[in-house]
Design a protein around this ligand. Sequence first.
Ligand code: SF4
Ligand code: SF4
Length: 238
Amino acid sequence: MIMDNERYAASFAEVCTKRCGGLCCNPWWGIISYGVVKKGGLSGLKAFKTELTSGIREREKRITSAYVTAEAPPRPLFGESERYSLKLMGVKRNGDALELSLLAMFAFRCRFLSENNFCSIHPSLMDSKEIRPPHCGNLGSPLAKSGEKWYCRVIEAAGSGDETLTKAIEVEKASSERHLMEGAATAEEAAEKIVEGLKAFCIKSFPDLLPREKAGTPGRNDPCWCGSGEKFKKCHGR
Ligand code: SF4
Ligand code: SF4
């Protein structure tokens, strides 16, 4: 059961600050779903990794440019992402082209989050002035349903009693920690994981898309024939 606005207004501070401790800001997860197409089967994976890395950086920049304070001059909330969690959600084949569905999660540390997990530019500390981006003020809307903008499962759980609320906070915390742990330290590492996942997927599902082995077997320290950029011994020579 979702709380109505009146109950929400009365207990927002209680739930967000005292119980939850500002989980959605620590870290603040920027999530973007997008697709990329890899042409030519699995050849040219080194160039594809570079393209993936640029795509990740470009989306990271898109978030950092969009989340700024509403003041002159605006101040950005985030610097570089602390972790890059990029997941391969699906692969569709179209001839020798592979259509990848990706989910990118960026873990940002907001420069306005205090050591005690308080938002230091919250309107209550700013004479009711709201300078945060709209997302900050709207997250946790009690009327938002799962899958809708501004939905927070912790806020929803608060309407179903203390035990449900405690459980929801634990689940939220564990999920955030897992994404942090699984995420890569750099955009390059995240792209590398996708390339490895794609290779493994194609070897199993579309072996005909593997580049044809060149005449003769490369030496162990030579570049692998598949174009991954790895040494043969670390790739198809394993
Ligand atoms: S909006 Fe949700 S996740 Fe964010 S602080 Fe409030 S209860 Fe926690
Ligand atoms: S500005 Fe405040 S509410 Fe927004 S992400 Fe930073 S700490 Fe959280």
